[in-house]
Design a protein around this ligand. Structure first.
Ligand code: ADP
Ligand code: MG
Length: 363
């Protein structure tokens, strides 16, 4: 189902939680709403679900081209899962999944036998068939969220809305469930909207990521686009790990990392990701010196924390082979260049023309 949000605004008292949000979610798409706490993600999801309304006259919501802004939640064909989707404690897994179907039995035109078939189907789907007679307290957190998901899917929704469904689970279970959920989405042919404040989760799961900041859409794009071509300083800082430097721009040249960078020019913010640096033990043009503060070698990449002459400390990541060639230790000086950098004005707008800054670094 195609979901269109048109200029949706929502205020609570005087506080504007959503500010003219427009967005189209294509049928079959898996979209992640990503943003810091308080950026309006839940509010937007609740409006799509029909649990909340936009301000009067401030925006419309279309499902497959039809205006559903004021259609009641239970008539939208939408399933939702929340972070703490309280299962009924006194009901078994089976009864929890069957509950919604029994309540809406008449409307859905289902017999008791048909309900049973559907619940068993869902138990298979969430891989909890042997657990049908267990109670929620006899399940792990991950299993409970799978039951919550089955409950949401029982009415065969065309749209699945998930609000930080794995937020309370530990990292490993989270990663497993994430992969499993994506498979399920593809298998059933759902249109899914997934709220998270975890950028890694969003980048790994979604076809497209919507970055929200203070009630506004900052950027919409594929994971590749928002990661590699962030359109604002906010998105650059929010997506992936990145180092921020004070920089000075003079025409097409940007300097950072050196104490001399305080010469006249436009003050800008320079962003470089940890893997975008090249380190050398030999001084050279374009490189700035930095002192190795800390080295961390447990992992696929070697992490080095360096302090530049400007006083800024930053993180670099290099492959172990490069590291073994460098023969440096904590306290040594290395010479740093950035293979790629992103430059933004103090207002957070990209420096134009941005591509000219790609190789102009350091002194
Ligand atoms: P997120 O899910 O991104 O953390 P929310 O959509 O929950 O953000 O909230 C966005 C902002 O709107 C927050 O500042 C929150 O305090 C405010 N807000 C949300 N719901 C209400 C409400 N019912 N009454 C008053 N303020 C609210
Ligand atoms: Mg929220």
């Amino acid at each position: 189902m195609r979901i269109e949000l048109i200029e949706i605004s929502k205020t609570f008292g005087k506080f504007r939680a959503l500010d003219h949000v427009s967005l189209t979610i294509h049928a079959g798409e898996f979209v992640a709403l990503l943003g810091p706490s308080g950026s309006g993600k839940t509010t937007l999801l609740r409006i799509i679900a029909g649990l909340d309304l936009p301000d009067p006259g401030a925006g419309r919501l279309l499902f497959d081209g039809k205006d559903v802004t004021y259609r009641p939640a239970d008539q939208r064909g939408v399933g939702f899962v929340f972070q703490h989707y309280a299962l009924f404690r006194h009901m078994t897994v089976y009864e929890n999944i069957a509950f919604g179907l029994r309540v809406q039995r008449r409307r859905l035109g289902l017999s008791t036998a048909q309900i049973d078939v559907r619940v068993r189907e869902l138990l298979r789907l969430i891989q909890l068939e042997p657990f049908a007679e267990r109670y929620p307290h006899q399940l792990s957190g991950g299993q409970r969220q799978r039951v919550a998901l089955a409950r949401a899917l029982a009415i065969r929704p065309r749209v699945l809305l998930l609000d930080e469904p794995f937020g309370a689970l530990d990292a490993k279970v989270r990663r497993q469930l994430r992969t499993w959920l994506r498979g399920l989405h593809d298998e059933i042919g759902l249109t899914s909207v997934f709220v998270t404040h975890d950028q890694e989760e969003a980048l790994e799961l979604a076809d497209r990521v919507v970055v929200l900041n203070a009630g506004r859409v900052e950027q919409v794009g594929t994971p590749e686009e928002v990661y590699h071509q962030p359109q604002s300083a906010f998105v650059t800082e929010f997506i992936g790990t990145v180092n921020k430097f004070r920089g000075i721009r003079r025409g097409s040249r940007v300097e950072f990392g050196t104490s001399e960078a305080l010469l006249p020019g436009e003050q800008v913010a320079v962003f470089v990701r940890p893997h975008e640096f090249t380190l050398s033990t030999v001084p050279h043009r374009h490189a700035f010196p930095a002192v190795v503060q800390r080295v961390h070698t447990a992992g696929g990449l070697v992490k080095l924390w360096l302090t530049a002459q400007s006083g800024e400390t930053f993180l670099t990541e290099i492959d172990p082979f490069h590291w073994s060639q460098l023969t440096i230790k904590e306290g040594d000086t290395v010479y740093v260049t950035a293979r790629q950098l992103r430059c933004f004005s103090e207002e957070g707008q990209p420096c134009h023309p941005a591509e000219r800054f790609r190789t102009a670094v350091g002194q």
